[in-house]
Unconditional design. Structure first.
Length: 184
């Protein structure tokens, strides 16, 4: 049932956005009675939060190229693909935009990004183990710095994203990490 509801929420967001998302449309698309949706998720905001929680549980392959430069490039390119791949991009953007308009959604979005950053921090931890970076570096901040320019373009300026932008963001984070901006 949960998977059907999440799939319906994502489809409705991609098609109609947050303003068009209703418990009734999710019920019709998912085949789950609207009373059940209200009882379990409380309404549209709970459904948005559930879609994000479900997304956070999905495995996210963390690159392991053998170098921090390659791994950061892999992380930024994964973000790029997630937001530019035909079919999936509109859904991801619609889900984040919906979450930003909902208090439960915003909390779920913060948890989603915290989980993704924690997962991706492994690339920095491995770099420390290989001796590429000094111990004590803030691994999450390195990854956050690598991905932030992509999210800025997506949600603030609307500028286009491509591999050049993703690679430049990864290189900037690497340079900052090498300069010990993120720790000892």
């Amino acid at each position: 049932m949960r998977a059907a509801v999440v799939e319906a929420v994502l489809a409705e967001l991609a098609g109609a956005g947050y303003d068009g998302l209703t418990v009734e449309t999710v019920a019709a698309r998912s085949g789950v009675h609207k009373a059940t949706l209200y009882r379990r998720w409380g309404g549209v905001d709970g459904l948005v939060a559930e879609a994000l929680a479900h997304s956070a549980e999905a495995p996210w392959p963390v690159p392991d190229t053998g170098t921090l430069a390659g791994d950061l490039r892999g992380v930024t390119r994964a973000v790029l693909v997630g937001f530019t791949e035909p079919g999936a991009a509109g859904t991801a953007i619609a889900l984040i935009n919906a979450a930003l308009r909902s208090t439960p959604g915003a909390r779920a979005l913060a948890a989603f990004f915290a989980a993704r950053l924690a997962d991706a921090a492994a690339v920095v931890d491995r770099a420390v183990e290989r001796g590429e970076l000094a111990p004590g570096v803030d691994a999450v901040d390195v990854v956050r710095t690598a991905t932030a320019p992509l999210y800025y373009r997506l949600f603030i300026t609307g500028e286009p994203l491509d591999e050049v932008v993703a690679d430049r963001a990864a290189a900037a984070a690497l340079a900052a990490a090498d300069a010990r901006v993120f720790g000892p």
